[in-house]
Design a protein around this ligand. Sequence first.
Ligand code: AMP
Length: 256
Amino acid sequence: MTVAPDRIAWLQGSAFRCDPEPEAPERVYRLALLGPPGVGKGTQAELLCQHLGTCHLSTGDVFRAAFTGACTLSPALAAAQDTMRRGELVPDDVVILLVRERSRCLRCRGGFLLDGFPRTVVQARALDAILAEQGIALDGVISYHLPLDAIVARLGGRRICPQCKAVYHVTSHPPRQEGICDHCGTALVRREDDCPEAIRVRMQAYEADTCPLIDYYQAAGKLISIPASGTPEEILLRTLAALGVPEVQRSGTGRA
Ligand code: AMP
């Protein structure tokens, strides 16, 4: 079994090299994921990366890694920490700088799956510019959607691994041993911003800032809209089919 890269170049900055270096898959995918909090984006990102060989580039993970003391906080990142705790969006210029500093990851031979960026049209334009500078472009933007009551139920049971960032759900995607990460054995936690007040603020932020992105990518002909109902495996199969992944490569999507 191939070991997934540790994503250290993304989490801690381009001075670091991922271990192991990502392998070049047969087809390189460069994708971004959209969807409201709780729609199951994190789980899909993990599954899609396993199937496509892409690297999971989550801006939320970069902030969380920075705030756990893995690196020294710049004044902008320290301010971002308070913003994030309240469930609000970090200012565009801070996030864009953070991604620009990691643009080497966008050229990665394994391809990438951006998760949580872009979140606003300003960020989407900045991403287009950064990618154009690198001579590459997005293959598609996957937008997951689900009714609000289903989202609220999902968020209540979400648990994450603070070590390897794997995402679980107490009922729909439980770890093999309750409260313990399948991948690295770390005790699972509830995210700080999964408390009811922060969830409400994040939903409002999504409605106001991120929905216009759907129009932006629709107009650019990049939008791939996927219903996020059903099990993680069903959603994954739907997504792989929409990406045109050959059926033979879609096998083995069931969990052991
Ligand atoms: P996520 O893990 O993607 O849900 O992100 C968690 C939090 O990090 C968000 O609620 C924001 O406070 C912050 N954040 C992550 N990515 C972005 C972004 N692209 N723009 C603004 N804030 C972000």
